[in-house]
Design a protein around this ligand. Structure first.
Ligand SMILES: Nc1ncnc2c1ncn2[C@@H]1O[C@H](COP(=O)(O)OP(=O)(O)O)[C@@H](O)[C@H]1O
Ligand code: SF4
Ligand SMILES: [Mg+2]
Length: 324
């Protein structure tokens, strides 16, 4: 029996950025799959390629980016090779994004009501009905006075309310895939908790897939079913959230978990970080990208690219030293 086509799949996706120092290899043969109803986490330190992957999903790559190989498939159709107008039709309507900076989602000089109505351009309802729907969605995301907020400009809202409004805007487009790139990173701890609570509540309403991009493991644990761990532009581990916390296999994943404040035995004044740095992505090492920081490194790790080793139906890792 053949497996059903996943809602979203990324295959062998390689993206470089032109720079003065040469092409930055921001994404190298990245891959993931997401089925309808799943909430997927993408986690890794800053600079690992998470936002590049997220931007590729909504076809909004920087002008100096180049896709050198691979595909992003929505229900099996490669959306990177579509003509520009077809790409635009997919953006928002089928795949919508919530950015770290919610201002990105809005026009600063238009009141929110007009924009939230426009975001529903694909729906058959009248403008008045769309405004009613916008008001209901603002209430759904926990905005206390939706009627007032519809008349406001985005800069008149607080940070937490802006992010709620951006989530409402994305949901009004009824996307199959909702991508949230560091949706809580710019918020204080209280606001972060509230937005996580909101996203958790929305999980139940959303029939499609939610992808949460974060450098914060706690967010993954709170929200996700499965996770892809990224390092230096590569997916280095795929796991369920349970395996991520209780049976991580890739040495990088293990190091991330060991640094997670939730896993520390005692409170230290300074949070531990993984010693060492990401490699230079204009000249990634020929072997494993994590070799210069890995406690399990052997000589072949410096010379041979590690294999993608399937450990179970739900877990796999890019490493010479793991075995099923
Ligand atoms: N427009 C750009 N031009 C050049 N390099 C970029 C650009 N955007 C991102 N990069 C580089 O690509 C790599 C991956 O970045 P990014 O996808 O933003 O990672 P993350 O979201 O995980 O922090 C980093 O080395 C970053 O400096
Ligand atoms: S391939 Fe080698 S260096 Fe890379 S993570 Fe595995 S053991 Fe460590
Ligand atoms: Mg980012």
């Amino acid at each position: 029996m053949t497996a059903p086509v996943p809602l979203l799949s990324v295959e062998n996706l390689t993206i470089t950025y032109a720079s003065d120092a040469g092409p930055v290899q921001a994404l190298r043969a990245a891959h993931l799959t997401a089925r309808a109803g799943e909430v997927i986490g993408i986690v890794g330190e800053s600079g690992c390629g998470k936002s590049t992957l997220a931007s590729a999903l909504i076809n909004l790559l920087a002008a100096n980016a180049r896709v050198t190989s691979g595909a992003v498939r929505l229900r099996g159709q490669d959306i990177l090779t579509l003509p520009e107008d077809a790409k635009r039709a997919i953006r928002g309507r089928h795949i919508a994004m919530v950015f770290q900076d919610p201002m990105t989602s809005f026009n600063p000089v238009l009141p929110l009501g007009a924009q939230l109505t426009d975001f529903q351009h694909h729906l058959p309802q009248t403008r008045a009905e769309k405004r009613t729907r916008a008001r209901a969605m603002l209430a759904r995301v926990g905005i206390p006075d939706p009627d007032l907020v519809l008349t406001r400009f985005i800069h008149e809202l607080s940070g937490g309310m802006r992010q709620r409004a951006a989530i409402a805007a994305a949901l009004l487009m009824t996307p199959d895939v909702l991508v949230a790139d560091e949706p809580t990173t710019a918020l204080d701890v209280t606001m972060e908790a509230q937005i996580i609570h909101l996203l958790r509540a929305l999980r139940a309403d959303h029939q499609g897939t939610i992808l949460i991009v974060t450098h914060h493991l706690g967010v993954i644990g709170e929200l996700c079913d499965r996770v892809y761990v990224m390092y230096a532009g590569q997916v280095v581990e795929e796991a369920t959230v349970d395996d991520l916390y209780h049976a991580p296999r890739h040495p990088y994943t293990r190091a991330l978990i060991a640094c997670d404040p939730a896993h520390l035995e005692t409170h230290t004044p300074v949070l531990p970080t993984i010693p060492g740095h990401l490699p230079d992505l204009t000249a990634p090492p020929p072997g494993c990208s994590f070799a210069n920081r890995c406690p399990l490194v052997t000589s072949r790790c410096h010379t041979a690219p590690p294999p993608w080793v399937r450990l179970s139906d739900t877990q796999a890792a890019l490493c010479h030293e793991v075995a099923p």
